[in-house]
Design a protein around this ligand. Sequence first.
Ligand SMILES: [Zn+2]
Length: 69
Amino acid sequence: MTSESTRKRWPPADEPKGVVCPKCGCAHLPVLNTRRSMGRIVRYRQCRHCGRRVTTYEVTPSKLADVTA
Ligand SMILES: [Zn+2]
C-alpha cells in the first residue's frame, strides 16, 4: 500500500471531477451555496486551503442533450 493509497484522489460521487482551486490547486472546495438558474445548477464553492471562491456550473442531462445535439 504505497502508490495505491497516495494516488487516491478526492472522489465524492456527487461532486464533479476536476474542480480544483485556480489559485492553489487544492481540490477541497466545499460548496457554500447551490442555486438553479436557467436549467443549470450553479454551485458557489470556497477553497478550504486559501479561501478563494469558485463558481461552478452544472448542466442537467436534459439540457446537456440540447447542447450536444
Ligand atoms: Zn485554494
